[in-house]
Design a protein around this ligand. Structure first.
Ligand SMILES: Cc1cc2nc3c(=O)[nH]c(=O)nc-3n(C[C@H](O)[C@H](O)[C@H](O)COP(=O)(O)OP(=O)(O)OC[C@H]3O[C@@H](n4cnc5c(N)ncnc54)[C@H](O)[C@@H]3O)c2cc1C
Length: 382
């Protein structure tokens, strides 16, 4: 079955059910997203992608099967397939998981019953709102204020670079609920997107992606989990989803390699196809090697988690770091091999070049992944 897919063998890391899902995700992604023009309205395109994925039954892996653990390898194979065809569809899929995961991890039974089935069915659209203008890599600097009024909470503050801002039907929001400095005063909240006092200002990133600022002015909010445990919930969510960012990067890089192969086989210079030039062959081999090595780290991280590891900070950071950096190098080389054709609007490699860039920044920039890896190394005593 997998022989028809471009991704290559995953060795022992995938089970038969993952291979079947990989095949199906690839077919669904090709049917719905191949050749999609980038549109001005990223919000409408995201809604359409969520609906298509829901109809095809592909959103259910974004929430844990009632309500145990996520199957990370299912997320990995789907994101790789979506990344191959459409960065926007990949984002639509991924944020359903990222935005709802704090509820899956720490929510009450009532919150889970309200949110998780609706996310899996595409009836609720999730967003994960932690970043602020003064709190990016350092989330302990979050200033959005949560004030208690009886049993209820209200939020005041500003979140920035929030995926699905304006599209989401709910937000999970990190806010300061106590007076303790740093991480201990932070809690996670569930907010209805239609709540009074919530406003959105759209932002325009370089590739198709629904993004915006979200302002909270006295917005009613519901605590998720224990007070003071917000940063732990946010970090556990990010930790879980990091390998899947790597998987999307692998899908994008694989697409770039396939585009480069098509191009160098047909483009003739100096009387021969480019593919016959040894320097071009060296470039192709470097691309394949870069991607193949990174992909193993992604599969390994997901497999480690699926075997029951509750946290995978080191494996997840290695996977995200390696795969997003490799994908950037691979896609840059693919653009180079295309020559002028590679930088023309509408060329697949041109789109990939813009799409892959944010993956090295969001959910922990590359330098932050390095800090996580080094911290884990320094903890070890041999
Ligand atoms: C397309 C896109 C989608 C996003 N979606 C979401 C979302 O859905 N929800 C959300 O909450 N956020 C989201 N973000 C925000 C994203 O998570 C942050 O941009 C990211 O964490 C970096 O924060 P920052 O932009 O404030 O950069 P900064 O933290 O200011 O970092 C700037 C640079 O400094 C480096 N740096 C920072 N600290 C250190 C250090 N200690 N040592 C070495 N280098 C360091 C960083 O690696 C980076 O290169 C999104 C961002 C983008 C671009």
């Amino acid at each position: 079955m997998s022989a028809r897919l471009p991704f290559g063998d995953a060795g022992p890391y995938l089970e038969e059910r993952h291979r079947a899902l990989q095949f199906r995700a690839f077919e669904v992604a090709r049917a719905h997203f191949e050749g999609d023009e980038e549109e001005d309205d990223d919000a409408a395109a995201t809604l359409a992608a969520v609906r298509a994925l829901a109809r095809e039954g592909l959103l259910s892996p974004t929430v844990p099967a009632p309500w145990g653990d996520l199957d990370l390898r299912s997320l990995v194979v789907i994101r790789e397939a979506l990344g191959y065809f459409s960065g926007l569809a990949d984002t639509a899929f991924a944020i359903q998981g990222l935005g709802s995961h704090p509820v899956a991890l720490g929510g009450s039974e009532a919150q889970r019953a309200l949110i998780l089935p609706a996310v899996a069915a595409g009836e609720a659209i999730a967003a994960f709102a932690v970043t602020e203008p003064e709190a990016g890599s350092d989330l302990a600097g979050v200033r959005t204020r949560a004030t208690r009024a009886g049993d209820a909470w209200r939020l005041d503050g500003l979140k920035i670079y929030i995926s699905n801002a304006g599209v989401a039907t709910f937000y999970t929001v990190l806010a300061r609920s106590g007076d303790e400095a740093g991480s201990r005063g932070l809690s996670m909240f569930l907010v209805d997107a239609a709540a009074p006092g919530l406003t959105v200002r759209p932002l325009q990133p370089m590739a198709a992606h629904p993004l915006g600022e979200v302002r909270f002015e006295g917005v009613p909010a519901h605590l998720i989990g224990e007070e003071g445990r917000g940063l732990a919930l946010a970090l556990a969510t990010l930790d879980t989803f990091r390998p899947t960012v790597g998987a999307a990067a692998c899908g994008m890089a694989r697409r770039a390699i396939d585009e480069a192969l098509d191009h160098v086989r047909t483009r003739r210079q100096f009387g021969h196809p480019l593919a016959e030039l040894q320097a071009v062959q060296m470039a192709l081999a470097d691309m394949e090697h870069d991607l193949a090595a990174a992909r193993l780290l992604v599969l390994h991280a997901a497999w480690t988690r699926d075997r029951g590891a509750s946290r995978i900070p080191r494996e997840g950071a290695l996977a995200k770091l390696a795969a997003t950096e490799a994908a950037q190098r691979v896609i840059d080389r693919a653009v180079q091999l295309h020559g002028g054709a590679g930088v023309m609007r509408g060329a697949a490699v041109e789109r990939l070049y813009r799409e892959v860039r944010a993956l090295r920044i969001y959910e922990g920039a590359t330098d932050v992944q390095k800090l996580v890896i080094a911290r884990e190394m320094l903890k070890e005593k041999r």
